[in-house]
Structures are given as C-alpha cells and as structure tokens.
Design a protein around this ligand. Structure first.
Ligand SMILES: [Zn+2]
Length: 76
C-alpha cells in the first residue's frame, strides 16, 4: 500500500512538473527571440539614430528620418 502511495505521489509530481515546464515553454515561444525585431529598425539619414520603422518620417526619395525637423534638414 505504501509503495502505491509513493508511486502516485511521484506520478502526480512528475505530471505537475511536466505541465509547468510546458506552460513556461509556450510563454517563451510567444516572445520574440534574440535578433528578431518585432518592428524593423532603420537609421535616420540626418543624424544616424536608429528608430522603429513605424515611427520614422520619409522624404520623397524614400530616405528615413527620426522626425520632421531632420526630414526638412535633409540627409547629411
Ligand atoms: Zn535624425
């Protein structure tokens, strides 16, 4: 009887450990890994600062800038 209880405890403990491990795996899988940028980073043509592409301002030639003042100032 004692052996059965120990076996059940080991099986339940192992099952909980496996479930917890799987939960950790799914949460880390959703996060972007190292080197994977959710937003592409581009450089300002004027000052060279890097910023996410959605935040950039573009001129008629398609060059990217960090903001309107640098777009007006032009590439350097
Ligand atoms: Zn800039």
């Amino acid at each position: 009887m004692l052996r059965v209880l120990i076996l059940v405890a080991v099986v339940v403990g192992l099952a909980l450990w496996l479930l917890r491990g799987r939960r950790v795996d799914t949460t880390t899988a959703r996060r972007p890994g190292r080197g994977e940028n959710p937003a592409q980073m581009i450089a300002c043509a004027h000052c060279g600062v890097h910023l996410p592409r959605p935040d950039a301002v573009f001129d008629a030639e398609g060059r990217s800038y960090c903001g309107e003042p640098h777009r007006v100032a032009g590439p350097r």
